[in-house]
Design a protein around this ligand. Structure first.
Ligand code: ARG
Length: 277
């Protein structure tokens, strides 16, 4: 009799622990399912109802701050593209304005879902992040003070000059590897470069052609050097995403292709550039 009871006890205990084990297993499975949906993936973005954009709003006509009715806003070509993407995905757009050199880090930590910041998908960056197709083909050029017009007319003229660039950009890379004897000044934002040009603390600054044109439109004393073209390491600019975020990359490529086909991309660009007349 005693034996029977203890056998029963063992059986009861065994079943109980098996059941408990099963329960745990199920919970673990559900947990796994939830965590498999990363917040920055296409599904994750739809679930949270918003897409978080990282940009560096110091780069007209791509992205810049303006006062609209006394309220500071971030506007520009890239922002129009971001708004269109958010609409197409049926989610809200949240904009985080950051230093340009922190943007890719923001993607890898999952703080940002996408980066639209006139960013070139250079070979080094392609190792670190996903990029969409090029949404805009752009060249890089040189902005100078008018008083330097006769001193800087060709790429060779840049040798030995003080060259201003934004920190973490392909322009910084170019200046430090391709301009002989350059005294490179890397600053966090482009308006700071403009100030340094105006006060003649630097001889020139490298930036995207239409950015240089925007700053020269807004500043009578600045000039874009025609005839200097700087290699950016890529055909143009693209949207950056976290490495491996392939589903969203594919979806954004469809959206970009569709916006281009509708003539919207060109329209947004021209409108944004017109703002800086
Ligand atoms: N096209 C350059 C790069 O990819 C500079 C971009 C700077 N963008 C900005 N929003 N400040 O490095």
């Amino acid at each position: 009799m005693k034996k029977k009871i203890s056998l029963l006890l063992v059986l009861v205990l065994l079943t109980a622990s098996l059941l408990a084990g099963c329960g745990k297993g199920n919970e673990a499975n559900i947990d796994k399912k939830n965590s498999e949906v990363e917040s920055y993936s296409l599904e994750g973005i739809k679930n949270k109802g918003k897409i978080v954009l990282g940009t560096s709003a110091d780069y007209p006509p791509f992205e810049t701050h303006v006062m609209v009715d006394g309220v500071d806003q971030i506007v520009g070509f890239d922002i129009e593209l971001a708004k269109y993407i958010a609409d197409e995905l049926g989610v809200e757009l949240e904009i985080r304005d950051m230093d340009f050199d922190k943007l890719l880090g923001g993607l890898s930590t999952g703080m940002l879902d996408i980066v639209i910041a006139a960013m070139n998908p250079s070979p080094e960056r392609l190792e670190e992040a996903n990029f969409t197709d090029i949404y805009y083909e752009s060249k890089h050029t040189v902005l100078i003070h008018k008083d330097n017009a006769s001193n800087i007319t060709t790429t060779e003229d840049l040798n030995g000059k003080s060259v201003g660039v934004q920190l973490g950009t392909t322009q910084e890379e170019f200046a430090s590897t391709n301009i002989e004897g350059a005294d490179v000044l890397s600053l966090t934002s482009n308006p700071e470069l403009v100030m340094n040009l105006k006060t003649k603390k630097i001889d020139c600054a490298i930036m995207e052609e239409f950015v240089a044109k925007s700053f020269s439109k807004a500043n009578d004393d600045l000039l874009v050097v025609e005839g200097i073209s700087i290699d950016s390491g890529s055909e143009g600019v693209a949207i950056a995403l976290k490495k491996g975020n392939d589903g969203l990359t594919e979806k954004l490529n469809e959206i970009i292709a569709d916006a281009k086909a509708k003539g919207l991309v060109e329209e947004w660009f021209l409108e944004a550039f017109e703002l800086y007349n």
